[in-house]
Design a protein around this ligand. Structure first.
Ligand SMILES: [Fe+2]
Length: 364
């Protein structure tokens, strides 16, 4: 199947015959939106009825459900299982599901859908943000409904354990995609994560707390998905209006994590990672210990990687210069105790620059 325009859909179907088992096939269709009426015409075919053949159809439409033949077939296939689970002789798209159905198959369908729709990131800006936010909200709510047995959601454990892996994969892929938008920040989230974990371990936090901070650091700039690329990739300095828009990435970041209630702690880190210890930061001008600890840690890790890395407008500075700069800003921009711990730890390392593989991006 070849994608050549915006008018391709994929239909997968499973025909089941009592004697010979089941056959599956994928059909590309050239139309802008798949018609559910046509497969139903097939289903009502007298010959099929006479031979006692049932068929389940799943429909995926380009570009809504995928950008490649593989993605379209994956989603159509998942939707087909939705039809099959309804008893066969039905047509489904990935958007149609019954929240009262059993959870295993539905999670498979939702994860398939999440896997191919949210990991595609063509552009950033308010529209891209809104689409991703709504999808994430829709599917986390559906998953919560699926997990409940009597309509009341069961209590969800907090932390990464409380979320389906597909949702975690989705948001981390999104963060890596933001990095990849600008070659000069590629790998930034992972390096900030490594530095932040080093600090958290130095503070003798529990393994679960270290992991939460590691994730918070990966996701700290995820809200940049809501910032137009003209601002995100501008080579010169931002004007005051553009700067205000750029600052809103912390609000976008917190909002995108709103539906993921087990990540409430991570959300706080994302929202407050640009607060200053003296109260002159944003978005809420929090000061001192009122700033969540994870956010204070990420602020130091973020600044260190920014100072030591190349950017479009500057060369990265040596590690020792960066550590001196952090010390200079201790108790003004940064928590002095965290700076002290970080500087002491880094000065003991033979090479105080953490390198990470930068060949990352959204999985498609
Ligand atoms: Fe940021």
């Amino acid at each position: 199947m070849k994608i050549r325009s915006d008018s391709i859909s994929a239909v997968t179907a499973k025909a089941e015959r009592p004697i010979h088992g089941a056959d599956r096939l994928a059909l590309p269709c050239s139309r802008s939106s798949p018609s559910e009426g046509e497969p139903e015409l097939i289903l009502s075919d007298p010959l099929l009825r006479e031979k006692n053949i049932s068929a389940s159809f799943g429909i995926a439409s380009y570009p809504l459900h995928g950008s490649s033949p593989q993605e379209l077939i994956q989603v159509a296939d998942a939707s087909m299982y939705l039809s099959k689970h309804q008893g066969g002789n039905a047509v489904s798209t990935a958007d149609h599901f019954d929240p009262n159905e059993a959870k295993k198959w539905k999670r498979d369908v939702l994860e398939a859908y999440l896997g191919v729709t949210l990991k595609r990131l063509f552009s950033t800006g308010p529209d891209a943000f809104e689409e991703i936010y709504q999808r994430l909200k829709q599917f986390t709510e559906s998953l919560a409904a699926t997990e409940s047995t009597n309509g009341t959601p069961s209590p969800t454990p907090f932390g990464t354990q409380g979320l389906p892996q597909a949702v975690l994969d989705t948001v981390t892929s999104l963060a890596f995609a933001i990095d990849a938008k600008d070659h000069y920040t590629q790998g930034h989230s992972q390096k900030v994560s490594a530095y932040a974990a080093l600090i958290a371990e130095g503070l003798e936090m529990t393994d679960a707390e270290v992991e939460e901070i590691r994730l918070g650091a990966i996701l700290h700039d995820i809200g940049k998905v809501g910032i137009p690329e003209t601002i995100l990739n501008k080579s010169g300095p931002l004007n005051p209006e553009e700067w205000e828009i750029m600052k809103s990435h912390v609000i976008f970041g917190a909002k995108i994590l709103d539906p993921l209630t087990p990540l409430a702690g991570v959300r706080q880190m994302v929202l407050h990672h640009h607060e200053f210890f003296d109260g002159s930061g944003y978005p809420e001008a929090l000061s001192g210990n009122n700033i969540p600890l994870g956010a204070r840690i990420i602020a130091v890790a973020d600044a260190y990687d920014t100072i030591t890395s190349d950017r479009t407008y500057k060369k990265g500075r040596p590690a020792m210069d960066a550590l001196a700069e952090l010390e200079r800003c201790a108790n003004a921009q940064f928590d002095g105790a965290i700076v002290q711990l970080f500087v002491r730890t880094m000065r003991q390392l033979p090479n105080p620059i953490i390198e990470v593989a930068t060949a990352v991006g959204p999985r498609v």
